[in-house]
Design a protein around this ligand. Structure first.
Ligand code: ZN
Length: 250
């Protein structure tokens, strides 16, 4: 009788164990990189943008929009993703959210920053150090130097040059043309490793780079205004490889 109870108990435990294993797998297919896409503060073509992530076979993703995004930077919520993709343009951030953001980077959460997210948190200087660039929505004085307003231009045919063909983020990419928006007169830090450059006069020269911040790998890609960019196969491949690289996947 005692033995029988033991057998039933063992069976129950193993059943429970295998059930929880299966449900954990369903939420996180093995090998997939878990991505959190942050939007809000700037309009964009939602459907074709998210298609870039739906079509990415390396990842599972969820998205969050401001003002709900900062809650996802909390330690408990951050257990749900490996890489943060920023496609927001948001200004308000509390001291608590700043500390959460920095803590996640220190832990090594990957960071991929796209297009207009370069202009977020204009009043938080550390954000510029994290992403390696500063875009000026308004004329600004920095260390006594007058910085004019940064410029943008829609609908430009931009010739892209792969600056480091050996880097995992742009490996396999040949020089290409993309129909997209240009940005000009923004500052890029010396530590940024150039991945893509252009000679387009309406654009800054370096428009994509890789760097690290605290424990995190960081990629900035200036491209990505609308479906012309989202549907460009080179754009898609670079976003895919940027997510892999920041997640430390070969
Ligand atoms: Zn844009």
């Amino acid at each position: 009788m005692k033995n029988m109870r033991l057998v039933i108990l063992t069976l129950l435990i193993s059943l429970l164990a295998s059930w929880s294993f299966v449900s954990a797998q369903a939420q996180n297919p093995p090998g997939k990189i878990r991505v959190l896409v942050v939007t809000g503060g700037h309009d964009f073509e939602k459907e074709p943008f998210f298609q870039v992530f739906k079509d990415n076979p390396d990842i599972t993703y969820q998205s969050v929009e401001h003002p709900n995004a900062h809650a996802m930077l909390k330690a408990e919520a951050a257990k749900e993703y490996d890489v943060l993709v920023l496609y927001d343009m948001h200004q308000e951030i509390t001291e608590e959210a700043k500390a959460d953001f920095l803590a996640r980077l220190k832990e090594g959460t990957g960071l991929v920053v796209l297009h207009h997210a370069i202009a977020s948190y204009q009043k938080w200087p550390e954000y510029a150090r994290i992403i390696g660039a500063r875009y000026y929505l308004e004329p600004t004085v920095v260390d006594g130097v007058n910085k004019p307003r940064s410029l943008y231009q829609h609908g430009v045919q931009i010739k892209m040059h792969v600056a480091d063909p050996q880097h995992p983020v742009v490996k396999g990419i040949q020089d290409y043309v993309i129909h997209d928006e240009t940005y000009k007169l923004f500052d890029v830090a010396d530590e940024c490793h150039p991945l893509l450059t252009t000679d387009e006069p309406l654009s800054n020269k370096v428009i994509a780079w890789a760097k690290t911040y605290a424990g995190a790998r960081v990629v900035y890609l200036q491209s990505g205004h609308d479906h012309f960019a989202y549907e460009n196969p080179n754009y898609r491949q670079i976003v895919r490889q940027a997510i892999r690289w920041t997640a430390h996947r070969p």
